[in-house]
Design a protein around this ligand. Structure first.
Ligand code: AMP
Length: 506
């Protein structure tokens, strides 16, 4: 089993079907897409010593070559390490080192300062002639390397509250099952469809490519390489039959843009939303503005895009007696996983009683990369402990009530307080710091830092802002600072984040 077989099969059966597009301009049909990936795989093996089982990191914003590279890596039997392009190069280098990646692809091949990467990791670029040569060196389609279902395909770095990011190990079988659930639980796919990558391909949005490759659909990367609501509306009108993943903040932006420009979502078939809470008022307005185009998913890196789904029909059918409750839920378990609510002893709780959401099944990760302790904590008898709190209704719909982790979800992107705290705590004028999320109508949540300065120091928000800018990705920077004399603590000396959040609401 190898996901690259899906690309090869489509290329053989439908060679001239349009495949990769930048905006509405075709970059390659399926034959060229597969040949480019296969040729790349052979050149990387012959000239860069790539071996089955090796890891190859991708650190770039969305572009069609992202898909070529993913399939090339699998063709060669290696695994992809997608790195969030918004990360600071020092953070990306840490991930490349932890994954022991032998290669890292960036736009220009020169994104890292000399010596910034681990010595065994070579940076290669996608812009320029060298990459073009690698994709055209071989014209025949050889068979992808033979792998087992359990072999590592995708090593996705997430962060925990314990600090450093952890590598979530997803196998070819995990991604395949996730993909097969899509047409069953989320939305049917046909060759006429186009999947649009407006959210980062390094995250869940990129994983929606597989089922669309299998069905011979089109793949479209916006010219902006990211999310721009006006661009999406205009592109969809030309491309037609467009499906896309969008975080709730993106949906909100699209509704605002539609209000401004009069766009009605013409050309958009489906918007799959998830990754953070969607408020009932917001989804109601979105459906009223753009029509019955929405499907919700709930997932996490450890069971990617695949815990529950709330279908188009469930979102739109106001005549159903349970419509209102269902709209506030995240839907039913997807076909390849079981979902339970448990107490602290992992005992199942009855309907309506909140507890931790646990998931078991074929999309659930193998574990964390070289981190047995974290794996043991996350997987209990094969049940993934999501860290989310929720309850199930008697008819199987899951409602999320809280996050037991302290992750802040700002604009659909996770910010891990501990990472921000680590940077701020390094500032010589900072005694103590704690970072929490504050509800924000625009971003979902914003990052807020409570800082205790050194008594004699004159510390202000601008100074800390510059400090953060120099040490971490800009999206993680606190949007607000509160300076205080001390932080609320419990009897063990642990900072009480709940108290800090209350202060923000007061
Ligand atoms: P990540 O691992 O980055 O995909 O983040 C996963 C977390 O995002 C989950 O554990 C939830 O806390 C949150 N999340 C994902 N989907 C939803 C959703 N549909 N509604 C509310 N929160 C969600």
């Amino acid at each position: 089993m190898n996901l690259a077989n899906w690309l090869r099969a489509t290329a053989l059966a439908r060679p001239a079907a349009p495949a990769l597009h930048t905006g509405d301009v075709m970059h390659s049909d399926y034959q060229e897409f597969a040949r480019n990936a296969c040729s790349l795989a052979r050149v990387l093996t012959a000239e860069h010593g790539l071996q089955p089982g090796d890891r190859v990191a991708l650190f770039m914003k969305n572009r069609v070559e992202y898909l070529e590279l993913m399939y090339a890596v699998w063709w060669a039997g290696a695994a992809v390490v997608p790195i969030n392009p918004k990360l600071h190069p020092t953070e990306a280098a840490w991930i490349a080192g932890n994954a022991e990646a032998s290669l890292i692809f960036t736009d220009d091949g020169a994104s890292f300062a000399p010596d910034a990467l681990p010595p065994a990791c070579v940076e290669l670029g996608v812009d320029g002639e060298a990459y073009g040569r690698m994709t055209t060196e071989h014209a025949d389609l050889t068979m992808p390397h033979v792998l087992t279902p359990d072999d590592l395909a995708w090593l996705f770095y997430t962060s925990g509250t314990t600090g450093r990011p952890k590598g979530v190990m997803l196998s070819h079988a995990n991604l395949l099952m996730m993909s097969l659930c899509y047409p069953v639980d989320v939305d049917p796919v046909s060759a006429e469809d186009a999947i649009l990558y407006a959210a980062p391909m390094s995250h869940g949005a990129g994983l929606y490519n597989f089922v669309h490759v299998r069905c011979g659909a089109r793949h479209v990367v916006p010219v902006s390489r990211g999310f721009d609501a006006a661009e999406i509306f205009s592109l969809a009108r030309r491309v037609r039959q467009v499906s896309m993943f969008a975080a709730p903040t993106m949906v909100k932006r699209m509704v605002e843009e539609a209000g401004r420009s009069g766009a009605d979502g013409d050309g958009i078939k489906t918007i799959v939303y998830g990754g953070g809470p969607m408020y009932v008022a917001d989804i109601t307005e979105a459906v009223a503005t753009l029509g019955p185009k929405f499907v919700q998913i709930y997932g996490q890196g450890e069971s990617p895009m695949t815990i529950t789904a709330l279908s188009r029909e469930q979102i739109c059918n106001r005549n159903h007696p349970a419509w209102a409750q269902r709209l506030a839920s995240v839907g039913e378990a997807q076909s390849c996983v079981d979902v339970r609510i448990v107490d602290e002893a992992m005992q199942p709780l009855p309907p309506g009683v909140p507890g931790e959401i646990v998931v078991r099944g074929l999309a659930v990760m193998k574990g964390y990369w070289r981190n047995e302790e974290a794996t043991r904590q996350a997987l209990a008898d094969g049940w993934l402990k999501t860290g989310d709190i929720g309850y199930l209704s008697a008819d199987g719909f899951l409602t999320l009530t809280d996050r037991s982790k302290d992750v802040i979800i700002s604009g659909g992107t996770n910010v891990y307080p501990r990472e921000v705290e680590e940077v701020l705590a390094q500032h010589p004028s900072v005694v103590e710091v704690s970072v929490v999320g504050q509800h924000d109508p625009d971003w979902g949540e914003i990052v807020v830092a409570f800082v205790v300065p050194v008594a004699s120091a004159e510390l202000d928000a601008d100074t800390l802002d510059q400090w953060c800018r120099a040490h971490m990705a800009s999206f993680k920077k606190p949007k607000k600072y509160h300076f205080c004399e001390d932080l609320p603590k419990n009897s063990y000396g642990k900072i009480l984040k709940t108290e800090l959040r209350k202060q923000l609401c007061a």
